[in-house]
Design a protein around this ligand. Structure first.
Ligand code: 5AD
Ligand code: SF4
Length: 482
């Protein structure tokens, strides 16, 4: 289940539990792999790398864990409830393992990195534990398990970007795909476990990113999302693809290179950081029609004091300045956010500051969370998690209500207008309807129309909306668009 409203989320717990089915099995050895992914888009992209590595070993994939020889669960540690879900799922796989003792169960990703060998000791049902930078070792680790040992590799790397591994597109629609452009994070936001589970930030070389985007376009894909924990700090230095001249590529330049592949290839990206997003990036978005006018710019809190405790390294005023720059340079740009309610010592007034900045920005969409202390983070070491659960819950619900109002307000601005969308396929709710997104990432649903199919760009007149979806009808003539 992909909730299409949520696909531009870097840490998107709502997408947890998706079974991934490979669309292109290679030479087979009769063994079947089942992968289930939780958490952020990066984890989903990583599962495509894992599948590629095991397909090269002759595996094929299955969407049913009961017929698998190897079950992998690619995990998320971002909040405690994410880890709890994974543990519940592991006990289900455990029941299967009791029925079929030959079944190999592996834990991959952030929880593997965070809990390391504890998994092998605590969870007798796990055979192999592999951190996000060790997937190349999977074939050897599986051999160790087959020879009767438990296997673990959770070494983090300063270089690994899996640049040369061509991801196997999993469960995709054949139209939109993720491209990982960097790994890790150097930011050390005090609440966040990611720098510990995914290691130091490193950028992938632009040549392999371009080659992957070009290959996707050649195979009929029409949209790529460039992924990184902090895409604005993308920086790569090395030799040009054609000669030995040394070049340096920043995120704005990378965006431009990918945009130039074809005007018919849409570009999205996630996640931007308020301290790093430059005017150069904004002007690049404005310059190319195929770079979508949509920026995910998490604020976390509207209070400068709380932002400092969070170690976000910007203030409320700085954030507002970045929003104003976006509005000036890309007037119709959609903006979304991540917001945390009830961070350590947050006062009622500071919570009100979060609500007031939401009024100022009027986000198109926001992912909202209640603060969850993560062991080992700066906040866990330095501050007391002192906001009572009921207060966190109430603040979170006030944030949610405000967001529902502004999401509706934003979508209402499209009603009566005509928008260009990329058709992604039939709608989740009815196969008589199609769905796709506009430039601003709003989901548009419209009755299936003759001559229209997935992968096409079409114009849709917006007749009405809910707080999450635009509803309309296809316009045949190419109109003046918004
Ligand atoms: N508690 C609550 N939310 C968190 N996030 C990250 N760590 C935590 C935490 N410990 C949220 C942030 C981040 C998003 C991916 O998850 O808002 O931007
Ligand atoms: Fe975590 Fe901050 Fe890095 Fe995002 S930028 S992954 S919130 S440390």
């Amino acid at each position: 289940m992909i909730d299409l409203q949520l696909t531009d989320k870097t840490h998107d717990e709502e997408r947890q539990g998706e079974a991934l089915i490979v669309d292109a099995p290679l030479v087979r050895n009769g063994r079947k792999l089942y992968i289930e992914s939780y958490g952020c888009q990066m984890n989903f992209a990583d599962s495509e790398i894992v599948a590629s590595i095991l397909l090269d070993q002759g595996f094929e994939t299955t969407g049913d864990y009961k017929e698998a020889d190897v079950v992998f669960i690619n995990t998320c540690s971002i909040r405690e409830n994410a880890e709890q879900r994974v543990r519940n799922r592991l006990s289900q796989f455990g029941a299967e393992k009791r029925r079929n003792p030959k079944l190999i169960v592996g834990v991959l990703g952030c929880m593997a990195e965070r809990l390391k060998s504890k998994f092998l000791e605590e969870e007798k049902l796990v055979d192999v534990v592999v951190g996000p930078d060790a997937y190349r070792e999977l074939p050897q680790l599986l051999s160790e398990v087959e020879s009767g040992h438990k296997a673990i590799n959770v070494l983090l790397s300063r270089e690994e970007t899996y640049a040369d591994i061509s991801p196997v597109r999993l469960n995709g629609n054949g139209i939109t795909a993720f491209i990982s452009i960097m790994r890790g994070c150097d930011n050390m936001c005090s609440f966040c476990v990611v720098p510990f589970t995914r290691g130091r930030e490193r950028s992938r070389d632009p040549h392999s990113i371009m080659a992957e985007a070009q290959d996707l376009f050649d195979r009929g894909y029409k949209e790529v999302t460039l992924l990184g924990q902090n895409v604005d700090s993308y920086k790569w230095k090395g030799n040009d693809a054609d000669d030995s001249t040394e070049i340096e590529v920043n995120f704005a330049q990378l965006l431009e290179k990918v945009a130039l592949i074809s005007p018919d290839l849409r570009i999205r990206f996630s996640t931007s950081h308020p301290k790093d997003i430059t005017d150069e990036v904004l002007y690049t978005i404005a310059k190319y029609d195929n770079i979508c006018n949509y920026i995910h710019l998490p604020i976390q809190s509207g209070s400068s004091r709380v932002l400092e405790l969070m170690n976000r390294t910007y203030t409320r005023e700085w954030y507002i300045n970045r929003i104003d720059a976006i509005r000036n340079i890309i007037p119709d740009c959609a903006i979304s956010s991540d917001i945390i309610a009830g961070f350590c010592t947050e006062t009622e007034e500071e919570h009100q500051e979060t609500l007031s900045i939401m009024d100022y920005v009027k986000y198109d969409f926001a992912f909202t969370f209640s603060y969850s202390e993560r062991p080992g983070t700066l906040a866990a070491r330095k501050f007391e998690d002192d906001i009572p659960e009921d207060v966190k819950k109430r603040r979170l619900s006030e944030i949610l209500i405000k967001q529902q109002e502004t999401s509706l307000y934003r979508l209402q601005q499209f009603v009566g207008k005509t928008v260009r969308i990329l058709v992604e396929g039939t709608s989740k709710k009815s196969d008589k309807d199609f769905c796709g997104r506009n430039d601003q990432n709003a989901m548009v649903v419209f009755p299936a129309t003759e001559g229209v199919s997935a992968g096409q760009y079409v114009y849709v007149h917006i007749d009405r909306c809910t707080s999450a979806t635009l509803l309309g009808t296809v316009v045949v003539e190419e109109p003046e668009i918004v």
